[in-house]
Design a protein around this ligand. Structure first.
Ligand SMILES: Cc1cc2nc3c(=O)[nH]c(=O)nc-3n(C[C@H](O)[C@H](O)[C@H](O)COP(=O)(O)OP(=O)(O)OC[C@H]3O[C@@H](n4cnc5c(N)ncnc54)[C@H](O)[C@@H]3O)c2cc1C
Length: 461
């Protein structure tokens, strides 16, 4: 296929309403939520396939014309990965949005990639089951979640996306359709290509179906707020809460500034007495979920004793209305940081025992470069989310370099869940072992020999 013919061939193969170009392309579907990645450029076309066969046709035609493909879910990603590139084909999965099946006995759901988290959760209401991975933005799609290996607040108990994907249907760049994995809980049957594709940021294959593992819903729950005098003091208690076997469903920290900003934005009154609030430097939020009310009472008492002995200023069990509202407000922290003018959001992950020293060093690094960091995060996973305020590009680059290098030096990783994307491309490549990058490039070449899937990203390049 000649490059000039590609648009006509795509329109002939799909329907004209599924292939848009020029002014018919809406600006909203070209970007994602990255604060710092290069702006989206005009693609050759946006296609909206409805079936796997259509995806395969799009891939085959684009590859034969040598045109890059940018897969897109809901565009809620924070790393610039799904941003349209000049002259590329943006594959928008929004219309492949059916929940194909749910098996209550096998605890398995099969979904198309454009199904959103909100849609899946709503579909499962009344089944006694839920999909327990909870990245804060529920409009995100399962295809996007798979490709970023999305994490979120429930990872401390349930793990991340990769722990809940049993199999995938894939379309390779040349149009080959294949299945990996199976709806079973174990497999020892060759390379685990499912896991290789998870977190690959759309650089290896187009995901056209996802087989997910579900979990039983725990009926009893309590949201607990624990103020601490310092962030470091809070972070030091976290490994003990995890080790106590309380299995919290969420274990989040919010520094003082972030807590004030998100509660104010959401209009929530937490009811913390003035004298306690005045002494507080950071808040721990714990969600406990159990099968029985008795177990919940016991776990609450154990948690109170544990944190009380380790410097908590107090402990509040929030009401059934305020608890969920606080969690929702915490989910909106990104929008609050964006509205406050944050220049970048980083999500470095370190072993949870090293969070206190990492947070202290992050504050020093920011100050050294004339910037400022503030945030919240999945402290039970060692995953901090720092809003970086550093408007001058050179200083910001140096600041981010040092934040990533400090995370790596503590046995961590540059991104816990948002991905490398276009955003962190240069620093990721600069800070990674060349042998690792070379092996990733060979894996990429095995899936996508012409390098047409998301070639603008740092992974697999
Ligand atoms: C307010 C807010 C809160 C957030 N909180 C969290 C959080 O707690 N935890 C977390 O992990 N993330 C969080 N995120 C980030 C984001 O929601 C996740 O990265 C999510 O997985 C992106 O899904 P998406 O459908 O929007 O993907 P997109 O942004 O559209 O795409 C993400 C990546 O997946 C690829 N892709 C998408 N669909 C496919 C497909 N079918 N086949 C191949 N590749 C594909 C894209 O090319 C891109 O590389 C948050 C974002 C916002 C805005």
């Amino acid at each position: 296929v000649q490059r000039d013919d590609l648009l006509a061939r795509l329109t002939a193969a799909l329907s004209p309403t599924q292939v848009r170009a020029g002014d018919a392309v809406a600006e909203e579907e070209l970007g994602d939520e990255s604060l710092a990645a290069p702006a989206p450029a005009r693609p050759l076309a946006v296609v909206r396939p409805r079936t796997t066969a259509e995806v395969a046709t799009v891939a085959r035609l684009a590859t034969s014309a040598g045109v890059a493909l940018v897969p897109r879910g809901s565009g809620t990603g924070l790393s610039g990965a799904a941003r349209a590139q000049a002259g590329s084909i943006l594959v928008n999965f929004a219309e492949m949005n059916a929940v194909l099946s749910v098996s209550a006995s096998d605890h398995v759901a099969v979904v198309q990639p454009g199904v959103t988290l909100r849609q899946l959760n709503e579909h499962l209401i009344g089944s006694g089951l839920h999909y327990p991975v909870h990245p804060g933005e529920l409009s995100g799609s399962l295809g996007g979640n798979v490709n970023t290996n999305a994490g979120g607040m429930r990872a401390v108990r349930h793990g991340v996306t990769r722990h809940h994907v049993l199999g995938l249907e894939l379309v390779l760049a040349d149009g080959t359709v294949l299945r990996t994995g199976a709806p079973v809980v174990k497999s020892s049957s060759g390379y685990d290509l499912t896991q290789l594709v998870i977190g690959s940021e759309g650089t290896l294959a187009l995901v056209t179906e996802v087989t997910l593992r579900l979990s039983p819903v725990m009926p009893e729950r309590a949201t607990v707020l624990v103020p601490f005098a310092t962030l470091e003091g809070l972070a030091a208690v976290v490994p003990e809460v995890v080790a106590a076997g309380l299995e919290p469903s969420m274990l989040e920290y919010l520094d003082l500034l972030t807590m004030s900003a998100v509660t104010q934005a959401a209009g929530i009154e937490l009811g913390v007495p003035v004298e306690v609030a005045a002494a507080t430097g950071a808040y721990l939020v714990v969600l406990l979920e159990t099968r029985t009310a008795e177990q919940l009472e016991r776990d609450l008492a154990d948690l109170a004793q544990l944190v009380g002995a380790r410097g908590a200023l107090d402990l509040y069990v929030l009401s059934a209305t305020v608890g969920p509202r606080l969690i929702e407000a915490r989910e909106r922290a990104f929008w609050v940081a964006k509205a406050a003018g944050a220049d970048e959001i980083v999500d470095v992950v370190v072993p949870r025992s090293r969070v206190p020293e990492y947070l202290a060093e992050a504050a020093d690094i920011a100050a050294r470069h004339g910037g400022f960091v503030s945030g919240c995060g999945h402290v039970g996973d060692g995953n901090v989310h720092l809003s970086v305020f550093a408007p001058e590009a050179g200083a910001r680059h140096a600041l981010l370099h040092d934040l990533f290098a400090a995370g790596l030096a503590r046995g961590g990783q540059i991104s816990g869940e948002h991905g490398i994307g276009a955003d962190k491309r240069e620093l990721y490549r600069h800070l990674s072992d060349p042998a690792l990058l070379a092996l990733q490039a060979r894996v990429k070449a095995a899936f996508d020999p012409r390098g047409l899937l998301n070639p603008h990203l740092g992974v697999g390049a």
